[in-house]
Design a protein around this ligand. Sequence first.
Ligand SMILES: [Zn+2]
Ligand SMILES: [Zn+2]
Length: 682
Amino acid sequence: MWRRLGADGRGAVFGVGAAIARLQKLAGRMNKMAEITVGLKEGQRTQCAPTATVGEALATLVSGKQRKQTLAVRIDGRLVDLTTPLAELAMPEVELELVGADAADGLEILRHSTAHIMAQAVRSLFGAVKVAIGPAIDNGFYYDFDRAEPFSTDDFERIEAKMLEIARTGQLFTRQVVSRQEAMALFEQQGETYKLELLREIEAETVTLYQTGDFVDLCRGPHVPHAGWLQAFKLIKLAGAYWRGDERNPMLQRIYGAAFADKKALAAYLHALEEAKKRDHRKLGKELALFTVQDEVGPGLILWQPKGALLRKLIEDYWKEEHYRHDYELLYTPHIARLDMWKTSGHFDFYAENMYAPMVIDEVQYQIKPMNCPFHIAIYKSSRRSYRDFPIRWCELGTVYRYERTGVLHGLLRVRGFTQDDAHIFCRPEQLEDEIFNILDLNLHILKTFGFDQYDVYLSTRPEKYVGSDEHWQQATEALKQALEKKGLAYQIDPGEGVFYGPKIDIKIKDVLGRSWQCSTIQVDFNLPERFQIGYTGEDGKEHQPIMIHRALMGSLERFIGVMIEHYAGAFPLWLAPVQARLLNITDSQAGFVETAYREMRAAGLRVEKDLRNEKLNYKIREAQLVKIPYMLVIGDREVETATVTVRRRDGSNLPAMSVAEFVALVRQECAAGRRLNGAAA
Ligand SMILES: [Zn+2]
Ligand SMILES: [Zn+2]
């Protein structure tokens, strides 16, 4: 990811010291040389005085909309402000690429610039506030402040109004190159201790400052030329953040904002944000009593409540059935293993920061597992293998434990213990392509059944550090490509992003709000078979090493269920709903029939509940709707007489009264159809 913008804690200008020295030499020469050639990529050229700014040069090359929509330029791969004088580039010939707010890096400049004017507004409104860092982030920006009084979201309106005033008057972003000493003196005088701390760490002799109004910030830039660009923003939330993310440092107040190129894009984002809030799986998880996390147990450790456990069981059952259908065999393995095994696997050396401390059992060290792979290898080694046994496809819902910092833990999405829907395939090199194709096939089929049919696919190739021969890497990467193409999947290549042990395919699913979630991964591994010295007897009677594929389709059950809760806003399709129907009586006199109907439905395998409380029917209906139960079955005297239930859907629509047997048939049919509709065999 592109992370060069300033005020991100590393506000130095790259090698500006050297550039300035070069510049001073060149400037003398250039003034004599007079003009600099400036041109567009594959476009016209013009001659400009070295004192002209990039923006002035640009104005002679493009006009109208094109010029109006340019907020910075890229020169030689580097983003540059429009206000930078040409001479400072120290290039006799300059080629400009236009950067607008429609480009990702243009938008990032716009967002970071908005962080500046927010800090400016905060300083002008609240006086004694120290500023720390204020980078651009996805969809917006933040700035960290040190202030004795806590901010409140009630302050947002005032801050926004002030920001808008700065934007409307189009205040200029003035860039200045100064010596580090000058900058120190300035921030010393302003009491900006955080900026001083940053400055002390900068080695360059010169730094850049950006000023809007009376607010000066240490920053690498670049920025929009003036604040008029910054009209579509909104402050979103407040959070505490330790200076430099270190809990030994003071806690700062972070204000987050959203910023976009125009008001329409901002409105669309704010709408999506509202939707996301309503769908937050932590909120719904609590309301629907699916899962809980308790301090007493520990952060990042999920406790599945009965309804969540049932949902998980339904997913697990389906997953196992589908794997069985696709010629997989199921394994179960322990949660701990001797530390020595993790030394052989290499995890002890390369994965230590994600692993928990070992424990001692009978004077031998054991490790709680961060991965399932070595166990599957141990099972592989339990018997002699021949090429005739291949492909071996072993799957396991394997629970692993990995260290994550408390600060990054997030509901079901980032946890410390989770269950991977893991599988390992052992095969011969010539089987690789078919196996990858089969995995992709099963993968998309399973995702579709759960309601996900939009995704982004990435193929990651060889990184700088790797094991295995170049030939193997090439073959495996080619096999992944071929399988993707055969499956007709559009994909992006992530060069050098493969794991050190082999190339991989990642699939990010898109939810109903269009958000992407890393989900499936398929990884070829040349490393573990080598480390564990596993082999098979080939057709030639000689010993060979198999190829190993690691893959997880849902990623982890925790994460996948978290995504699913948000995707469906807790209203699961009937085949996945932990409670499919709730029986509601009108008065006590129907309690006996409710009990009978309940027993019959349970016996038929329906997931049904009863609400016999002495409450008004409307109240009971509303409660059932709130917990998103697909069907409410109302029973009054008429229903008792005719031995029927009146069926009401969670969307408020009604079906005619029907017998218990008819309702059971309806549910079965709808479940089968729901699964088939999404691609699964009934
Ligand atoms: Zn900046
Ligand atoms: Zn594995």
